[in-house]
Structures are given as structure tokens and as C-alpha cells.
Design a protein around this ligand. Structure first.
Ligand SMILES: Nc1ncnc2c1ncn2[C@@H]1O[C@H](COP(=O)(O)OP(=O)(O)OP(=O)(O)O)[C@@H](O)[C@H]1O
Length: 385
């Protein structure tokens, strides 16, 4: 039975053609298995700029090289001394950087200025000094063009509770410049895409937190943005909901939409992003690739022995290694002059049986905390001087 509220063109292109081989990113309920919308469905508006979606790559999780739509600007952001004051309070203190990236993690403790930076880059709040470019478009002159090219999923709820999901998403599409019928058609498609196909005529006020987050994602995607700003998209979600939201974001990224993810959850950044921008108290702490940040100059090896951790720690310390106890294991930090071979040789020489030997990757969390520590002690020194 055709749905009387779905426009004819949407019915001609069924939102979930069985011919599509792509893996469903969301499997929250049988209804969400309606993914994907169709083989030719894409995140870009069909009128002027839409071209067929690329077929799924063999490994959708494999990192892709920068690969943009024709005419897309390779430089995501170019900021020069961007400042923002709220009645005399400096929320952004002269931020400068240039970044080429497909997925950026925007990190910082509470009050660091992440939301302020996002709003400034969207042209939603004026900056008090400096200049900024988003995808090659300059603020404030090109603010309208930026808003058309960019989707924004805000941290806070931003809907009227008595609106249905489809009206809400369609209305946002119109606000972003889509004609009414196109906005309505795409609202249906994008709601299927985020796994809310069956719930699209329900009022948002009755949605669970996970459904509200998906509806917010849908409204950010409806007009086919080239860049998506996500402010705390996994806030309030349980572990399953969080995984599903991250899978959706990964899928969006795989469809050539660049992503800026602002979050406190560093594992989310590790999963989605290829680069990071770190702020602290309105200042830029770090900008660069994630891999670069996780590269440790002093590798750490976790070792465990058969009941001889204490003796081995003593031997390692005497040999000049830096050792600390970490639960049932020892963490041995190697300087540039030391090697893992030496550590093993020492164990063999002293007949210490090694039961555990694990070179450790520096986590984003460790790197983040170390950078914040450095920055805070630098600020304290400056204050004292
Ligand atoms: N409209 C406003 N008026 C006055 N001060 C503001 C306003 N918005 C933000 N601030 C202040 O600017 C600073 C940066 O706020 P912002 O919301 O950008 O930080 P954030 O990094 O996004 O924090 P969180 O992670 O807690 O969301 C904070 O000290 C905040 O209190």
C-alpha cells in the first residue's frame, strides 16, 4: 500500500532497494534494516550537484586518501588569529592553523572553546578578530555559502517536541535552501538512512535519546553537506547506541562527506578521525595528524615475569631503564639509547622468565593529557614570570 504522505518521486526510487549490497550501519531494530535507501542514493542533493554514490569499497573501514568531489577545496580550514570575546571574556584567543583532513577530532576540556569555534566557523556568531576560511570560503563574507555546504549537529536539542521527524528534517532542508518537495523527499530518505524510517511520522518529543540523536544527524545531512560538524554526537547514548552512531558517522565519512567531531570521548576520535585540533582555555594546544600525535618518542613495553616482577624491576632500574609498576605488569620506558633486545638479554642473563611482553601504542588519551599538562605548566610559568 503506497504511503500517501511520501512524494511520488520518492516512491519511484524506493528508499530501500534490495539490490544494494552495502552493509547496514545500523541494526537497532528490524525496521532499521531498511538500510540502504537505494543504490543511487547519495548524500548530495539530486538537482544540480548529485552524482551516483560510489560503490562501497571492499573494506569500508580502510582509511582513504583525500578524495573530494570535483570543485571541493582541499584545505578544510584556514584560520589566522581568530578571536572571540563574550562581553570581555576571551573564549578564543587568536587561533591560527591550516588543515587538510577528511575527519578532524576537535578536543579540549570543558570550556576550552570547541562549541564557540564550531559556531564561529559556521558563521553563526561573529568573530572579534582575525580571519577564517572553511573549504576555501571566507568568513563572514561567504557565511551563507558555508552554511549551505555544511551540516551541523548541535550538542543541545534543537527541535519543537510536537513536530514529526519528517517535518523537522524537511523543514531544516528548506532552511538550508532545498525546494520544499526536494526537502520532503530527502527527509524520508535520510530518515531511513539513520534508521528512523519506521518512526518518521512520530513526534520528536516521544523519541528516546538515541532516536533524538539520529534525528539531529538526519537534519544535519538532509541538504547534502560536504562537511559535517558533530558536537558531542554520542552524548547520553548507551554503549550499543554509541557504537551505532559511530558506525553511521563512519559511513557518512566513507561517502565523501568530511567530518569534524567535537567530543570528550577520545576513543570516538580514534575510531573516526585522521587528525586532531586540541584547544585549552581558548588557545590552540595542538593541530596535526592523529598518527603523529600517537607516535611516542620513548616507546613503552609492558612486561610480566613468573613471580619475579620485583627482582626484574630492580635489575632493570640498575641497568638504567625507567620502570613503573602497572597492575600485574611492569611498564618499561625505553630511551633512544636503549632497545627492547637489551631488556630481553637482561632477563636471559639473570634467568628471569618473561611471561608477558607487549610494546605499547601511545593512546590518544595519554597524548592528550601530556599535552594539556605541558600547556598548563607553561601557562603557570608565564604567570609566575
Ligand atoms: N554565549 C556566551 N556568553 C558568555 N560566555 C560564553 C558563551 N558561550 C560560551 N561562553 C564561555 O566561553 C567559554 C568556551 O565555551 P564553549 O562552550 O565554546 O566551550 P566547550 O569547549 O564547547 O565546552 P563544553 O565541552 O563544556 O561544551 C566557556 O568559558 C563558556 O562559559
Amino acid at each position: 500500500m503506497p504511503d500517501p504522505q511520501v512524494p511520488e518521486e520518492a516512491l519511484q526510487q524506493p528508499p530501500h532497494s534490495p539490490a544494494k549490497p552495502t552493509t547496514p550501519p545500523v541494526r537497532s531494530s528490524p525496521s532499521s534494516l531498511a538500510w540502504p535507501p537505494s543504490s543511487s542514493w547519495c548524500l548530495w542533493p539530486s538537482s544540480a550537484t548529485c552524482s551516483p554514490a560510489k560503490s562501497a569499497s571492499p573494506n569500508p573501514k580502510a582509511p582513504r586518501a583525500l578524495d573530494h568531489r570535483p570543485g571541493d577545496h582541499p584545505v578544510l580550514f584556514r584560520l589566522d588569529n581568530v578571536q572571540k570575546d563574550y562581553r570581555g571574556f576571551a573564549a578564543l584567543k587568536g587561533i591560527s592553523f591550516e588543515l587538510e583532513s577528511n575527519a578532524v577530532g576537535l578536543l579540549g576540556p570543558n570550556g576550552a572553546g570547541k562549541s564557540t569555534l564550531i559556531k564561529a566557523l559556521l558563521g553563526l556568531i561573529p568573530i572579534n578578530g582575525g580571519s577564517a576560511e572553511v573549504l576555501g570560503m571566507r568568513l563572514p563574507h561567504d557565511a551563507r555559502a558555508i552554511r549551505r555546504a555544511v551540516g551541523y549537529m548541535p550538542e543541545n536539542d534543537c527541535y519543537l517536541p510536537y513536530m514529526t521527524a519528517v517535518d523537522y528534517v524537511s523543514f531544516n532542508g528548506q532552511l538550508c535552501g532545498l525546494p520544499k518537495s526536494e526537502a520532503f523527499r530527502r527527509a524520508h530518505e535520510v530518515l531511513y538512512y539513520v534508521g528512523l524510517g519506521e518512526a518518521r511520522y512520530r513526534q520528536l518529543g516521544g523519541f528516546s535519546t538515541g532516536m533524538k540523536q539520529r534525528a539531529k544527524l538526519a537534519q544535519a545531512l538532509v541538504h547534502g553537506p560536504r562537511l559535517l560538524f558533530l558536537d558531542e554526537p554520542t552524548n547520553g547514548l548507551d554503549p550499543k547506541g554509541r557504537d551505532e552512531m559511530l558506525e553511521l558517522i563512519e559511513d557518512v565519512r566513507e561517502r565523501d562527506v568530511r567530518v569534524v567531531l567535537s567530543t570528550h570521548l577520545l576513543p570516538d576520535v580514534e575510531k573516526i578521525c585522521d587528525s586532531v585540533v586540541m584547544l585549552n582555555q581558548g588557545a590552540l594546544v595542538h593541530v596535526g595528524s592523529l598518527a603523529e600525535l600517537q607516535k611516542s618518542d620513548d616507546p613503552v613495553i609492558e612486561v610480566g615475569t613468573r613471580d619475579e616482577n620485583e627482582r626484574f624491576a630492580q635489575l632493570l632500574t640498575e641497568a638504567g631503564f625507567s620502570v613503573e609498576q602497572a597492575g600485574m605488569h611492569l611498564k618499561v620506558r625505553l630511551s633512544s639509547a636503549q632497545s627492547a633486545d637489551e631488556l630481553v638479554r637482561l632477563a636471559v642473563e639473570h634467568k628471569v622468565q618473561l611471561r608477558h611482553f607487549l610494546p605499547q601504542r601511545l593512546t590518544l588519551e595519554t597524548a592528550f593529557l601530556a599535552l594539556l599538562d605541558q600547556e598548563n605548566s607553561r601557562a603557570r610559568t608565564e604567570l609566575g614570570a
